[in-house]
Design a protein around this ligand. Structure first.
Ligand code: HEC
Length: 553
């Protein structure tokens, strides 16, 4: 553990004894409790119960006896709006509750929902639709911007999908969401080119036209399958969800600073934001535009040792630094020869820049790795696949302790390495073919952990022994995006598809799957190691909120 973190932990564990006794007792007291039942199941385990006041929602999960309980430390007296998440059910009784100074008891009755489709996660659609895994895998390319439900409810036939819908989707940049679409540069031109481009979509459209409501169907021609509700350890958790001020904010990466402030990159807007979890207050900083006619928003967010924030400003084609002391941005646009229309700087990795004064970055537009020299401001570029006949995509770049860089090849299943001193490039094949390694985390022993999006796995590459290890996720279509290792060597990941956060004990291989309170699209994951137990944080990329997950064990 880092020294600062250790000191903070020591302080936190001292703090309660300094408080007056009644406050200390109040922390164990229960504010609101009750039992969750339904006619169909009796007492229900694994029902998420949400209590909302203002922009903050606290969620707990019912246990094996159907009991839920909110600690008084989380719910101050006052009025709360209640809602639930339990696939197949709606809350039947009173949806507001007055929490008093003593324990309030409020039992909840659930009834069967009349609109199951509206509650289905993307994962549940993938489990339900008929088709081969390869065909269903085509749907993974839709979930980045909106839910599958949006498509499943459409009545377009294959021809309309092929000629109109899919080319239109292709015209949006990947940070688009229905409430904030942004066009790819040259998208209109592509639409006009017509016929030959449309053929590209033929296979996909033929499959898609068999599973939605095309041909005048009023309902789907297959059963809607539900994933099991959380049980056992997965119910031992408290969530806090902080709503952000606009539904167009897609918090892609969320990272805490040493004072516990949550900073986030805005995927589709030219703002950098911070949330104070103590009050829920949000402050935003307008980021300068570098290419006004190009899509806005940033993706990767990382801090350097001095506490500066670094962002990949995507289609603005710049590496951006934010100094929280002066609240000023500094930007390094791509050099002219790489500042083409396709240029897209997603990741910036300053974590080992103190070693040699260099910051690694990546370009999604043409499978390149960039390296910024902080003393000269010059940007060097590596294109390891320039002459390759097979398509590649460099998704993440991850520096080791010596500031050598490793990268993930999302189009294939390789981990690459560029030597910081010699520039030599090496490639290592992961164990599962076509597994699409996505984002990665380097631990203090230079072990690289990564999400394997198309293989439902998480991977480990030990950079010192050059060996791999992989773990299969318990739920099919988990499609993990990113991973983070906590101080107990437990690995955390989130699903872009199932709304589940998975905690893997890397010593025992045991896994716990926590379900998030609302449907979302999980990207970057983060763990705060200064709390006991550790606290998990994630942005709701499609839900305009930031979620804190506190396991109780
Ligand atoms: C890059 C972002 C993006 C991706 C990827 C994407 N969409 Fe969309 N989609 C949008 C946006 C934005 C809207 C709302 C604006 C609109 O309708 O054009 C939308 C709306 C829709 C609609 C409702 C509007 C209509 O025409 O009926 C359907 C259906 C749809 N998408 C299907 C799909 C399918 C199928 C896929 C995957 C093959 C997909 N989308 C992938 C961005 C995307």
């Amino acid at each position: 553990m880092r020294l600062a973190a250790a000191l903070r932990l020591a302080f936190l564990s001292l703090a309660p004894s300094l408080l007056p006794l009644d406050t200390a007792n109040a922390q164990n007291a229960v504010a609101l409790t009750g039992q969750v039942t339904s006619t169909e199941e009796g007492a229900m385990e694994g029902v998420l119960v949400n209590a909302r006041k203002g922009t903050i929602t606290i969620t707990v999960v019912s246990d094996a006896q159907g009991r839920y309980s909110f600690p008084a430390s989380k719910l101050a007296p006052g009025q709360y709006a209640l809602s639930i998440r339990a696939i197949g059910y709606d809350l039947d009784n009173s949806k507001t509750v007055e929490v008093g100074p003593r324990t309030t008891t409020h039992n909840l009755t659930l009834k069967k929902t009349e609109d199951l489709a509206a509650q289905m996660s993307n994962g549940e659609w993938l489990h339900s639709v008929p088709g081969t895994d390869q065909q269903k895998g085509l749907l993974l390319s839709c979930v980045g911007c909106h839910t599958l439900e949006r498509f499943m409810r459409s009545s377009h036939d294959s021809k309309t999908l092929m000629e109109i819908t899919l080319p239109r989707m292709q015209g949006y940049v990947n940070q688009s969401i229905p409430q904030n679409p942004q066009l790819r540069r040259g998208a209109r031109l592509m639409e006009e080119r017509g016929d030959q481009r449309v053929q590209v979509f033929r296979n996909v459209a033929e499959f898609l036209g068999t599973i939605n409501l095309s041909g005048g169907k009023s309902t789907w021609a297959f059963d809607l399958k539900r994933l099991p509700r959380p049980k056992g350890r997965a119910t031992q958790v408290i969530y806090t969800e902080y709503d952000l001020p606009r539904d167009t904010i897609s918090p892609h990466d969320v990272v805490l600073d040493k004072d516990g402030i949550a900073w986030y990159s805005s995927f589709g807007e030219q703002f950098f934001g911070r949330l104070d979890p103590k009050t829920g207050a949000v402050k935003e900083y307008a980021m300068p535009l570098h290419k006004p006619d190009f899509p806005r928003g940033s993706l990767g967010l990382r801090a350097d040792r001095a506490g500066n924030w670094w962002l990949g400003n995507m289609y603005q084609a710049a590496i951006v630094k934010f100094d929280p002391k002066t609240e000023r941005f500094t930007a390094w646009p791509m050099p002219p020869e790489y500042n083409i229309d396709a240029s897209q700087v997603n990741m910036v990795r300053p974590e080992s820049s103190h070693v040699d004064g260099k910051v690694w970055s990546q370009n999604n537009g043409f499978a390149a790795v960039h390296r910024l020299d902080l003393s000269t401001g010059k940007i060097e570029t590596y294109e390891p696949f320039k002459t390759s006949k097979v398509p590649h995509n460099i998704y993440d770049v991850i520096p080791d302790s010596q500031n050598n860089v490793y990268f993930t090849d999302f189009r294939n299943f390789h981990i690459g390495r560029i030597d910081a001193k010699t520039g030599e490039v090496k490639l290592y094949a992961a164990l599962t073919p076509r597994s699409a390694p996505r984002r990665g985390y380097m631990d203090e022993q230079d072990r690289l952990w990564f999400g394997m999006y198309r293989a439902d796995r998480v991977g480990l590459f030990n950079t010192r022994t050059e060996t791999f290890k992989e773990w299969l996720m318990p739920t099919k279509w988990a499609s993990p995006y990113d991973v983070v290792l906590d101080r107990n060597e437990e690995l955390w990941t989130g699903s872009m598809i199932t709304d589940q956060v998975t905690r893997l004990n890397t010593k025992t291989d045991e896994m716990v799957e926590y379900l998030l309170p609302r449907t979302t699209n999980i990207r970057r994951v983060y763990v705060d190691n200064t709390t006991n137990p550790v606290t998990f944080w994630v942005g709701s990329n499609h839900g305009a909120s930031i979620i804190k997950l506190e396991p109780l064990d």
